[in-house]
Design a protein. Structure first.
Lengths: 227, 355
């Protein structure tokens, strides 16, 4: 069953006379619970693609369907609702708000959700090995710890898809592998699709499918036939 | 509020600086306001006490009471009701008998049975030409009932028979004398029957007399030499401070927002709506404003407690309330500059981690 479907989705940036075709029209189907890795050289359009799928950028042409709903037809208010309820983000420097403690990151979600699930928070943090850091601020955590909390935070809202743009760029290779493994385990357990961008070839083995992006085109689909 | 307060707490240093600046400016504004209002009051208190409807003065006086002279051909003192009060005004220097210290004062020559006779806090009203009633602030409160005064170096001395409060005109304490004494002092003889103007209590008391222009009390006060100049100077200063607040808060919030742009990017990616983000910034500015301006007001009121009596400071609740709201509005308005920044965050930079 597919959660996310791209139909001829493309993005062109215009600045003055120059046009950059950051993402060529492409088709992509993401199944529920699938772990997809996107690789490719710098400037090839990976972040642009992720940002479009993430509902932060409207495609210049084509469609992006989340559970059959076209993101391109949504207003910013609906899009932010989608990002809040259906998506999770893990960014390079974590997706944590620097002035909130680990616990408060979850409370902020609660306030916007008008409901609280501290048991689930505790479960997620425990699964990430971060149960003891509830009162820490992000700057008191190591890079790996931050990303673990970020994963827990991304999962907290029961998203359909988690987007991760180079989530391990700031980590050494051992820690990077651990974090990605945990992300994969948790995503599988909660049946959440993950689309992760990485430059680190050692991490590719976590993927169900790998896409290589070059010059805005999704090339060289490697189906590893796993999962 | 949740985001706003948590961010403020996490960045006490930076936001403390904004509060400090707001505090200093608010303090200055409140202080200037009190001074301006005090000075304005000191010009007009005596006039305000009349609760008069109109004041008639010579049409050639350019609305300036001090420049007006009305002879008996204009105002016949014998024909007036108590609600039509003749008034002689002049500047004077008085000395307590036995003292060389010159005290500046305004002389009001009046009829003590007219409605503009002063309210006394001590003693009795004037009954003869050699008696006066003076404002308690004459000589900074050193005069008493029973003291005697020389006026403008007069040989004659005048007995203080009564004290009155808040009777100032042109910032000077008023010395109330009879019209006879006034004409003696100003024109050299009590047989001269000149006055400066005539004060009408009610609209029905007002007379239209050729050569006399009837002014409202406000118009009379506005034309006290220096009054308008003082007020517009203060107004300009206070107005400029308001603009400065707008810019300072605008610039500070702008810089702080720029420094936080990656955080706003994260929050936006997480699906926190623009409305929540904007509300957070405005809440922040409101909190900073209330603290800074509140501290300014408290410090101002504490300063007033230790202010020397000679400084013409007066609180006006309405002005304080008005300026507090105005300042707060400037603070929030300044923060609105930053809203644009938040709205045009580049999502690619936010996601790509290069913001
Ligand atoms: N707002 C923008 N305006 C114009 N061009 C842009 C904009 N954002 C991105 N681009 C261009 O789009 C192309 C793709 O950028 P993108 O950030 O998606 O690449 P990337 O694959 O994520 O690269 P990296 O691996 O370095 O993160 C680049 O040529 C970039 O310069
Ligand atoms: Mg990128």
């Amino acid at each position: 069953m597919s959660v996310l479907e791209l139909k001829r989705a493309a993005k062109t940036f215009k600045s003055g006379d120059t046009e950059t075709q950051a993402v060529q029209p492409l088709d992509l189907t993401v199944d529920a619970g699938e772990f997809i890795i996107l690789t490719g050289p710098s400037g090839s359009g990976k972040t642009t693609l992720l940002t479009m799928m993430g509902g932060l950028l409207t495609p210049t042409s084509g469609q992006i369907l989340l559970n059959g709903q076209d993101l391109g037809r949504m207003k910013e208010k609906q899009l932010s609702q989608v990002r809040f309820a259906d998506y999770g983000f893990i960014l390079q420097s974590s997706n944590l708000i620097p002035f909130l403690t680990v616990d408060e990151q979850f409370r902020l979600v609660d306030r916007l959700n008008k409901k609280s699930d501290e048991a689930y928070e505790a479960e997620l943090l425990a699964a990430m090995g971060m149960a003891g850091e509830k009162q820490s601020k992000p700057n008191q955590l190591s890079g790996g710890q931050k990303q673990r909390v970020a994963i827990a935070r991304a999962l907290y809202n029961h998203p359909a898809v988690i987007f991760a743009d180079e989530p391990t760029a700031a980590l050494d290779s051992e820690r990077a592998a651990q974090v990605v493994q945990t992300l994969r385990d948790q995503a599988k357990e909660h049946h959440v699709a993950v689309i992760m961008v990485t430059h680190d070839d050692d991490l590719l083995k976590a993927a169900d499918r790998i896409y290589n992006m070059v010059d805005g085109k999704l090339k060289d689909v490697e189906s590893l036939g796993r999962s | 509020m949740y985001l706003a307060t948590h961010e403020l707490k996490a960045n006490k240093g930076r936001y403390g600086l904004v509060i400090l600046i707001l505090f200093l400016i608010a303090y200055l504004i409140y202080f200037l306001t009190g001074l301006a209002y005090g000075l304005a009051s000191d010009n007009r208190l005596a006039v305000d006490q009349w609760h008069a409807n109109r004041i008639g003065i010579s049409q050639y006086a350019n609305s300036n009471l001090a420049a007006s002279t009305l002879g008996p051909d204009k105002i016949n003192l014998a024909n007036l009701k108590p609600t039509q009060a003749p008034l002689g005004e002049m500047a004077a220097v008085v000395n307590k008998v036995g003292s060389q210290k010159d005290l500046n004062a305004t002389i009001f020559g009046i009829q003590f049975d007219s409605f503009i006779k002063p309210k006394l806090i001590k003693g009795h009203q004037v009954t003869t030409n050699h008696q006066v009633v003076v404002d308690e602030r004459l000589g900074n409160g050193t005069v008493k009932v029973g003291d005697q005064l020389h006026i403008n170096g007069s040989q004659a001395s005048y007995h203080i028979v009564g004290l009155t409060r808040n009777n100032l005109y042109g910032t000077l304490p008023v010395v109330y004398t009879t019209l006879g004494t006034y004409d003696q002092l100003r024109y050299g003889s009590a047989r001269v029957k000149n006055v400066s103007g005539i004060v009408y209590q009610r609209a029905s008391d007002v007379q239209q007399i050729k050569g006399i222009k009837n002014l409202t009390p406000q118009a009379l006060i506005t034309h006290i030499p220096g009054y308008s100049a003082q007020n517009s100077t203060f107004s300009l200063m206070i107005g400029a401070l308001f603009i400065i607040v707008l810019f300072i808060v605008g610039i500070f919030m702008y810089i702080l927002t720029l420094q936080n742009i990656s955080v706003y990017g994260i929050m936006r990616a997480q699906g926190i709506s623009n409305r929540t983000l904007i509300t957070s910034v405005l809440d922040q500015s409101l909190i900073l404003g209330v603290i800074g301006i509140g501290l300014g007001l408290i410090a101002n009121q504490l300063t007033v407690l230790i202010l020397p009596a000679g400084i013409p400071y007066a609180n006006n609740l309405m002005l304080v309330a008005l300026f507090s709201i105005g300042l707060l509005a400037m603070v929030v308005l300044g923060a609105i500059f930053s809203v644009r920044q938040i709205l045009k965050i580049d999502p690619i930079r936010a996601i790509g981690g290069t913001a």
